[in-house]
Design a protein around this ligand. Structure first.
Ligand code: G3P
Length: 223
């Protein structure tokens, strides 16, 4: 991951973020990134990776991949396949797609064999530290109970961020720390950065907003 502070937008699978709607949203994010020079990354639904990566210059992440190699497997997501489709990285272990630690470890290794980037999601400071020890590029700490809500982690549970940052800075200093859940505006981003995070991971604050461009510009103001 570049050392610039970043905003990683997870499109998830909302009706506003898949298919044509997802492409339109990606174009908006791309335009804002061009205008502002901000470090914006989007994690898109697997079926849309190729189409979106063909249309925008933004770094594109997968939302999940499986730790498999090319060969006889069915219905799993091959890291090489999403790379060929245009992804440069992936989320791993999102709260909405949780994995066993052994699977997380195997996935990080497989993805890093392809020189792709890994952002592993965790639900609290202890799991953040444990997963940081597996050597991803970044850990994104997100209290599940705040995901999709109106109060951001930096307001509701700032200690989650500071405890995660302190632990990872001490034990895995090469791993970036993102935070997420309920992030909605520039003030949330500013507070998250002040608490020590390298950026934010968010979804509904942009995807479900009536004016994604406006809220993106506000979020960037907090970096
Ligand atoms: O992947 C980020 C997501 O879990 C946070 O969701 O809607 O609270 O920004 P949201």
């Amino acid at each position: 991951m570049t050392q610039d502070r970043l905003i990683l937008l997870n499109l998830k699978n909302y009706s506003q973020s898949v298919g044509d709607a997802g492409l339109e949203l990606a174009r908006t994010v791309d335009q804002v990134a061009d205008e502002t020079g901000a470090n914006l990354v989007i994690a898109v639904p697997t079926p849309d990776i190729h189409r979106i990566s063909s249309e925008v210059r933004l770094p594109i992440f997968a939302q999940h991949v499986d730790p498999i190699i090319p060969g006889a497997s069915t219905g799993f997501i091959l890291p090489e396949a999403v790379q060929k489709a245009g992804a440069v990285g992936t989320l791993i272990n999102h709260a909405e797609h949780q994995l066993k630690v052994s699977t997380i470890n195997a996935t990080i290794k497989r993805v890093q064999e392809l020189s792709m980037r890994t952002v592993v999601c965790a639900n609290n400071p202890r799991t953040s530290l444990a997963l940081a020890m597996l050597g991803p590029d970044a850990v994104a700490v997100e209290p599940p109970e705040l995901i999709g809500g109106d109060i951001s982690v930096s307001t509701a549970k700032p200690e989650i961020i500071t405890d995660t940052v302190e632990a990872i800075r001490e034990h895995s200093p090469g791993v970036q720390v993102l935070c997420g859940a309920g992030v909605k505006n520039g003030a949330d981003v500013k507070k998250a950065v002040e608490l020590g995070s390298d950026g934010v991971l968010l979804a509904s604050g942009v995807v479900k907003h009536e004016d994604p461009r406006a809220v993106l510009l506000d979020l960037i103001s907090g970096l």
